[in-house]
Design a protein around this ligand. Structure first.
Ligand code: AHN
Ligand code: ZN
Length: 328
């Protein structure tokens, strides 16, 4: 009788303790809940599709002009203020490029600001295509140009729906990709890439423009893309880079945001760092064993919609939005 009583008591205690143990652990360590932000990759993809529908967005073409109108219209749906900077850039060969940086602003008055950017022009030359006959053909730039803009337009839409307390500036740089073709590289020198960001860094849309940091998106829609820590970003803004990569890891994207370091490149963030002294990182796909440094479609006719991966768009979109939410 006594034994039965003890067993009953023990089983009861076991039951009691099992029921209550989870509660005890949550009180002891209250990990901050990870809230996955809402980001619609179908919408980001549709934004890429729309850009491509105009034709290659090469400066001095009708397609480029039409796309500029679209970007301005779309940004004005979601942001508070839109600025368009008209300027004439000079290409490597002396050609004057009618260029436009397009800027959408949330909370113009806020001091706490984050800068987001991508280039919106597309390259006039498929000079990395294995078919040499294509070396002066303009590319769709679905990934190179289109993907960063697509993700940022979707982020703008989500920020409009979800709200933001901090200031956010979305800058679409023009004339990034009009650098000299590979087979004429020996004929030219100078800083012939990233003409829009060079202009903007010297002439920001507001005179005393300042942001806590910036994130550039470039080639963020590739199939099975992995993002390494790009060297120029590491040199100027390693704290920001580590923060963004840690955020990616918190969201479960450890394999996609690798701690491997890739080469330091000249991209739009270089000029924001060196001229404006705003620490800015580049999220850019640079596969480790790639001969060009970039993915296989880079500056080829294959940089088209067929080679865009919605899953990559989703991952990058979530990581950037999550980073913004953590600054609120
Ligand atoms: C150069 O290859 C000089 N810069 C890489 C930046 C780039 C080109 N991003 C897209 N296209
Ligand atoms: Zn390019």
């Amino acid at each position: 009788m006594e034994k039965i009583f003890i067993y009953t008591l023990m089983i009861g205690m076991l039951f009691f303790s099992c029921q209550h143990s989870p509660k005890t652990t949550t009180i002891q360590d209250t990990p901050k809940e990870i809230v996955r932000p809402e980001f619609n990759e179908d919408s980001a993809f549709a934004y890429i599709e729309k850009q491509i529908s105009f034709g290659p967005r090469v400066p001095n073409t009708i397609a480029h002009e039409k796309c500029a109108d679209f970007l301005k219209e779309e940004l004005s749906k979601w942001t508070d203020t839109v600025f368009v900077q008209d300027f004439e850039a000079t290409a490597y060969n002396g050609l004057k490029l009618k260029s436009k940086n397009i800027i959408g602003v949330f909370n113009k008055e806020a001091n706490n600001r984050i800068l987001l950017a991508a280039h919106w022009d597309s390259r006039p030359y498929a000079d990395n295509d294995k078919d040499l006959a294509n070396s002066r053909q303009a590319i769709d730039g679905a990934n190179d140009g289109g993907s960063g803009v697509g993700i940022l337009l979707e982020i703008a839409r989500q920020l409009h729906l979800q709200g933001t307390n901090i200031g956010i500036d979305i800058v679409f740089f023009d004339s990034e990709d009009y650098g000299e073709p590979q087979d004429e590289r020996h004929l030219y020198e100078g800083e012939n890439w990233c003409l829009g960001s060079q202009y903007w860094a010297k002439n920001p849309h507001l005179r005393y423009y300042k942001a806590k940091y910036g994130i550039l998106l470039d080639m963020v829609g590739g199939k099975n893309a992995v993002f390494c820590k790009e060297g120029t970003s590491k040199y100027f803004a390693s704290t920001i880079q580590d923060k963004v990569w840690n955020n990616a890891h918190k969201l479960g994207y450890t394999g996609k945001f690798s701690n491997n370091v890739s080469n330091a490149i000249t991209d739009d963030h270089l000029y924001v760092n060196s001229i404006l002294s705003i620490p800015m990182i580049d999220i850019i796909e640079m596969p480790v064993y790639s001969p060009t440094g970039f993915n296989e479609t880079w500056h080829t006719m294959n940089d088209n919609l067929d080679n865009i991966d919605k899953n990559t768009l989703k991952i990058v979109g979530e990581v950037v939005l999550f980073t913004l939410k953590n600054e609120q």
